[in-house]
Write a protein that binds this ligand. Sequence first.
Ligand SMILES: Cc1ncc(COP(=O)(O)O)c(C=O)c1O
Length: 372
Amino acid sequence: MTLDILTDLNPSPRLLLGPGPSAVHPRVLRAMSTPLLGYMDPEFLKLMDETVALLRHTFQTANTLTLPVSGTGMAGMETVLANLLAPGEKLLVCSAGYFANRQEEVARRHGIEVVRVDKPWGRPFSAAEFEAAVQQHRPKVAALVHAETSTGAVQPLEGFGDIAHRHGALLLIDTVTSLGGVPLKIDEWGVDAAYSGTQKCLGCPPGLAPVTISDRARAAIQARPTPPDAWYFDLELLYKYWGPDRAYHHTVSGTLVYALREGLRLVAEEGLENRWTRHAANADYFCQGLAELDLTPYIEPAHRLPSLITVRVPNGVDEAAVRAKLRDIYNLEIGAGIGSLKGQVWRVGLMGYSSRRENLTLLLGALREILK
Ligand SMILES: Cc1ncc(COP(=O)(O)O)c(C=O)c1O
């Protein structure tokens, strides 16, 4: 064994201002260094219950079937799709960005019939457009992305649950980049299924995927002729562990549950509304600073996502070189554009513990130096 692989772990202290992961709150890091409990220890079961109660609060829901799935945001996506839809059943994907297309890709792997309606990237669906698509295609489930991390646009969802229900469909949404940072009201908006991740606005490391399912959607799952084709992501089996039965399903990461509980406690302490306001105020502050540098956000203010700002790369600027300088000189991470926005934008995450004014002042100052 060569000595260089025996050196101490010493990662650079990067300031994470990309599309995720975001900075982990110091209290979350502390929680993660506390001793493990067994996954059936009564003390641990109590921590699980507290985590679920806090998750319900953060999702603004009373849904019984609310739990964190082991895995990242993609595990959440795969879980809700594979549970809500049996092979051959119809999913409508309303796409205006990269992560909606992921919903289609995952669903197809499960033999689900997918109809996709497209809008130009970054242009959210209006209620009328959504209703027209649901009416035309009559899906079992209609899916949207609340916060499109590829474009930096937020999808308004007020009233969308009623529209879906009027046409016999369930409403499914991706909340990976909104949960805990952007107004999100699962019950008020009539959302039937939502999944998220922990490494964005919750200020935790990646590794758990919070999921919440309405009673209406749960009844649809229970009425399936066959169980979901993904055993590990079978929500009814998972609920047998997270719910009152406490039946072994898999060995959940206690460390990640500690982290999520602490991250959600921080949300509740700050207050959801205050947290949404902080994210919005910091996004405004950052966009004002961009204007002073003659930089322009890709998304107009009405649809701009406070947790992720896409910034147009000025003509003649080597976008990768700017990111490399931010990383190597300033220890700052921002993201590149993906999909059809590759090379055209930078993606700046203002999420959770990363969404602090001092971080943005530093990033704006560094950009000023690099671009001058
Ligand atoms: C909107 C959205 N959905 C899904 C995902 C997938 O999450 P993960 O990378 O945690 O698996 C991401 C990740 O960035 C995302 O931004």
